[in-house]
Ligand binder design. Sequence first.
Ligand SMILES: *Cc1c(COP(=O)(O)O)cnc(C)c1O
Length: 358
Amino acid sequence: MSNLIDQWVRSEIRSLSAYHVADSKNMVKLDAMENPYTWPDELKQQWRDGLSSIDVNRYPDPQASALKVRLREYMGLGSDASLLLGNGSDELIQMLAMTVSGPDRSILSVEPGFVMYRMIATFAGMKYHGLPLRGDDFSLDTEHLLEAIARHRPALVFLAYPNNPTGNLFEREAVEAVIAAAPGMVVVDEAYSPFTDDSFVADIGRYDNLLVMSTLSKMGLAGLRLGMLAGPDNWLEQIEKTRLPYNINVLTQFSVAFALENQAVFDRQTGMIRAARDRMFQLLDEMEGIDVYPSDANFLLLRTAEGEACRIFEALKASGVLIKLLHGAHPLLNDCLRVTIGRDDENGRFLESLAEAL
Ligand SMILES: *Cc1c(COP(=O)(O)O)cnc(C)c1O
């Protein structure tokens, strides 16, 4: 049995460990950047009524045309931008990689960053280059980045804007320098767009290699799995060929369109999350024994005293609060923790448990 595995499973797959999701049963769940709010009862009822008229024996609209009209509006896309949908933006990263993959092709991103860029490069049989951010403020080290781009000539560059897990927006000029220098596509990943005012969407069409990726997961529809990729039509026309037919199922197509008709509900929720983030930042900033980094996302990156992150993470867990332990994930994340902004009661539980653990 194990001989067969060794014989046939690619060595780079065998040496991977599967994406780990922590058990969060009965916990205050502040580990995965989810929107903590549900929908008003009346809205839920309308949604259920709508769902009941869907026939699941039929395939979905392969182009999701009606949904795309609403999503273009949601993203504020201009006429220069085409739109492609994925089963979460993770699937779009996979489609992007499949479109350009080859043994001599590479993906380049910055670290600490979103782990799926590296994982999907591996799945697609591509090389991956992870360039370190500056240690003090997690900004782009433009000089080294441009040097690496010239040396490796990556087919794809990913920059998350704001970045995960650090929460900061990079300097606009630095991102523009990367777009100008990259020989291939630059994908600006705006997964956290509901929590920041800045965006590269308006820049689509100003460059022949800029694409903007987004998702509805962080806005509050993580369970529906819908990601968006916007960019020049000549790129998207090619990437579209790697899309599996019907990748956006009927329930998602209906539910997302319904949700976007009620955008005000989500704007209110993400507005509350932004306000809670800023309050949490203030409180953590005043707390002894912990440093907090500024964030344009729905989470905060924290740094404990040296050697304390694991103990504090475990103490929080024991008190029923699940956050993310980042210590060990990257040298620049030593002693780091990441907490997602939740409801006021959840944030309160977290702050209380943290104060006790410190
Ligand atoms: C959460 C996240 C995504 C994944 O989004 P899905 O649409 O849920 O797959 C993509 N990029 C970054 C930077 C993220 O943090």
